[in-house]
Write a protein that binds this ligand. Structure first.
Ligand code: PLP
Length: 406
């Protein structure tokens, strides 16, 4: 039986009167650093044991638990790069917004790797595009897998970085369920983050950032800079639980069957069922919700159903029953790039911005990747999707930043 060091410690607690934080003063798992509960910033007890097990499971030399999501892991990795002298980093044009934010905060210059988004979904960059961007950068960061279950050419990325003597980082916010498998980040990267709260059964915000070799020391400094000094023990316990949760081969087979039954887009990640409902995607989401079934998101083009080994087989079968005959619409949105118009930037409501050139990347939350990049022409479809979206980023009071033009 696998030991769960943090859970066992929490279960073994005696009743006590609390003259310590947190202020709710309730007994239970939500405690602070006490004589028996260790300290994440300098672990020597149960947290050291749990992090050492995590490193073994994840194939790392050092792993650091994060209770602040993969976002914190991205910041910690980029901090480590900066500390080792990196100034320019090649990143996918459609990277998660935390990457651009961390570059801004840390003074790193992002060199954008071109990505095609012709079918309405960003495609992973080609090896040629990675190579071109890496020529002008000191490090390479890729998203693997992405929200839609696509992987970059990891072997090519590793070979490029090894040949150039530059580090490879992987944002594995969606890939922790792959640990021990051929496509897991640990097989290729120098540093990577595993978003255990997304594709393994950890509580929201549970993540792990890991490193190999000499990157462990600067990454430790990065984690120390960006982690909260009051980590949540329920989240820490859930990270350990999630990493030790058994694989679910039966569910993986069922997911493959469901994808085939539902005409999902082919991808290499069993946890992401990407349903190309096109203009019916929002209606499909509402249809499911009225029946008590919630998908990860509709981006107005695809409906994304996100699984983990903790899903039940009967839930996947129900999804297939409900959606098999649901009507489908056209897949939309081909990004058009214009020669980057310069000049004054103005804010316009989406409908008035159609035909103008976008000046600041913006998109829906989730998936938190740009729908429009700076330099894209604002299409009527993109404007409509942004106007309809419940939550967005990169807009100001619902308005798109565009170049005014003449
Ligand atoms: C590719 C990618 N990277 C990083 C993150 C940030 O993860 P978290 O929400 O755990 O901070 C996300 C979140 O959706 C993501 O999709």
């Amino acid at each position: 039986m696998t030991r769960l060091y943090i859970t066992d410690m929490l279960r073994a607690q005696g009743r006590h009167i609390s003259f310590h934080t947190p202020g709710h003063k309730r007994r239970g798992a939500d405690i602070t650093e006490l004589s028996y509960s260790d300290d994440l910033s300098d672990p020597k007890g149960v947290l050291a044991l749990a992090e050492a097990d995590a490193a073994r499971i994840l194939g790392a030399d050092r792993s650091f638990f994060l209770t602040d999501g993969s976002t914190c892991g991205v910041y910690a990795m980029l901090y480590a790069l900066r500390a080792e002298g990196v100034r320019r980093i090649a990143v996918p044009a459609y990277a998660h917004r935390s990457v651009a934010n961390a570059c801004e905060v840390l003074g790193l210059s992002p060199v954008l790797i071109a990505q095609d988004a012709a079918a309405g979904i960003p495609r992973q960059p080609t090896a040629e595009a990675m190579e071109a961007a890496l020529r002008g950068a000191d490090a390479l960061l890729l998203t693997s897998p992405d929200y839609y279950g696509f992987f970059p050419d990891l072997a090519a990325a590793r070979a490029l970085c090894t040949a150039a003597g530059k580090p490879l980082l992987l944002d594995g916010a969606h890939g922790s369920h792959l640990h021990g498998e051929a496509l897991h980040a640990s097989r290729f990267a120098d540093m990577w983050v595993d978003g255990v709260h997304k594709s393994l059964p950890a509580m929201t915000q549970g993540a792990v950032v890991s490193a190999k070799g000499a990157w462990a020391a600067p990454l430790a400094a990065g984690a120390a800079h960006f982690r909260t000094s009051s980590p949540s023990y329920p989240i820490l316990a859930s990270i350990e639980y999630a990493l030790k949760f058994p694989k679910n081969a039966r569910l993986e087979r069922l997911a493959a069957w469901a994808k085939q039954q539902l005409g999902a887009l082919p991808n290499d990640d069993w946890t992401k069922i990407v349903l190309p409902f096109g203009e019916c995607a929002d209606a499909a989401q509402r249809f499911l919700e009225r029946r008590g079934v919630y998908a990860e998101f509709s981006d107005g083009n695809v409906l994304l159903c996100y699984l983990s080994p903790a899903n039940k087989a009967r839930e996947v079968k129900k999804l297939v029953r409900l959606l098999r005959d649901f009507p489908r619409g056209e897949m939309r949105f081909a990004a058009q790039t214009s020669d980057m118009a310069g000049g004054n930037v103005v804010l316009l409501p989406p409908e008035a911005a159609v035909g103008k050139v976008c000046a600041r990347a913006c998109g829906m939350v989730p998936p938190c990747i740009p729908l429009l990049l700076a330099g894209n022409v604002v299409t009527a479809d993109a404007a409509a999707r942004l106007a309809r979206a419940r939550h967005t980023f990169g807009l100001t009071d619902g308005k798109i930043s565009v170049f005014a033009g003449e």
